[in-house]
Every structure is written in C-alpha cells, then in structure tokens.
Design a protein around this ligand. Structure first.
Ligand code: MN
Length: 190
C-alpha cells in the first residue's frame, strides 16, 4: 500500500520511488548484464561485493544500479506502518553501547544525512564488529567496502521532495516514525 507510511512519507513519493526509481535500477542492472550470461546467476549483493572483478565496461552501471537495487530492497524492508518509537531487542543495547543512547545515535544519523552533499545515503554499518555511522554518495553501498549495512536512510531528493521540498532535516525527523525495529534486529542478527 503506497499510502501505508502516511503522513510521514506520502503515497505519491512512495509510488514514484518504488515504481519508477527502484524499477529503473533493476531494469538498468539487467540491461548491463544482458551480454554477460556468466554474471546473471549472481545475486546483486554478490555483484556489488567485488566490483573490481567485473568487466570494466559494466562496472559503473553495476555499481550505480546494483547498488540502487540492494539499497532500496533494504529500505522498503526496514520501514512499516505504525512503526517508529524507541528501539527494541538487541539493537537497543547495541546502539546504547556504541553511541551512548538512542537519542544520540539518531541525532548523529540525522546530522550525517543532512551533511551528505547531493544525493546519497546515511548508514549504520557493522565494520569489522564495530557499529559506525557513515554516509555514501549516489547509490554506493557500504557492502562495496566490505561493511554490513544494518540500516540506511535514503537522502536523495526523490525520497522526500514532493512533501518536504528542500527541507531534508524535516524528512529525516519524520522518517524515524516509520522504522521497523524488528526488521533492523533481523539485519543485526544476520
Ligand atoms: Mn531512492
């Protein structure tokens, strides 16, 4: 239901974000792999885990569109209607341990999202057993650097512009009302 995240994220944004933007990443990734049947059996995560191993002619296309597919697949999974609130389960303890408190963690994530110039993402990653906040440009994924994204927030204008226009900070504040901590806990465990 495209309206499921109202009023925090509007239905039209979700419709275009999923139906046009994410769809374009999938279509463009498939097009890039068309002449490379040996790569078609690999998952998108496998493909972006080792970009250097790819033929040079499709490396950028896989980076942008494979990254776009993997990032958005995560994004839909970690949001839900009637969610938000304080973290529960193992992630609550992990965030307290790494950042002092959930409020401090959220503040640092929002700061990272606002500070990303242009298009990109802000992430909570597991980097060799340590939880860290980082941001990436475009559709780059922490997976490309050997890190494991626990959660990420899309700060491309296409994620918020229809409702929030230039007010990325307001979108970030609203976004936390959609976070599905059960899904985040599942990713942490994995
Ligand atoms: Mn997006």
């Amino acid at each position: 239901d495209f309206a499921a995240l109202e009023p925090h994220i509007d239905a039209q944004t979700m419709q275009i974000h999923h139906g046009k933007h994410h769809a374009a990443y999938v279509n463009n990734l498939n097009a890039a792999l068309e002449k490379h049947p040996e790569l078609q059996g690999k998952s998108a995560v496998e493909l972006i885990s080792n970009l250097a191993a790819l033929p040079e002619g499709i490396r950028t296309a896989v980076r942008n569109n494979g990254g776009g597919h993997v990032n958005h697949t995560m994004f839909w999974e970690i949001m839900g209607p009637g969610k938000g609130g304080e973290p529960t389960g193992a992630i609550a303890d992990a965030l307290k341990g790494a950042f002092g408190s959930f409020d401090s963690f959220r503040e640092q994530m929002n700061k990272g999202g606002v500070g990303r110039f242009g298009s990109g993402w802000v992430w909570l990653v597991n980097a060799g057993g340590t939880l860290q906040i980082e941001s990436t440009a475009n559709q780059d994924s922490p997976i490309m650097e050997g890190k494991h994204p626990i959660l990420g927030i899309d700060v491309w204008e296409h994620a918020y512009y229809l409702k929030y226009q230039n007010r990325r900070p307001d979108y970030l504040v609203a976004w936390w009302h959609t976070i599905n901590w059960d899904a985040v806990n599942a990713r942490l465990k994995k």
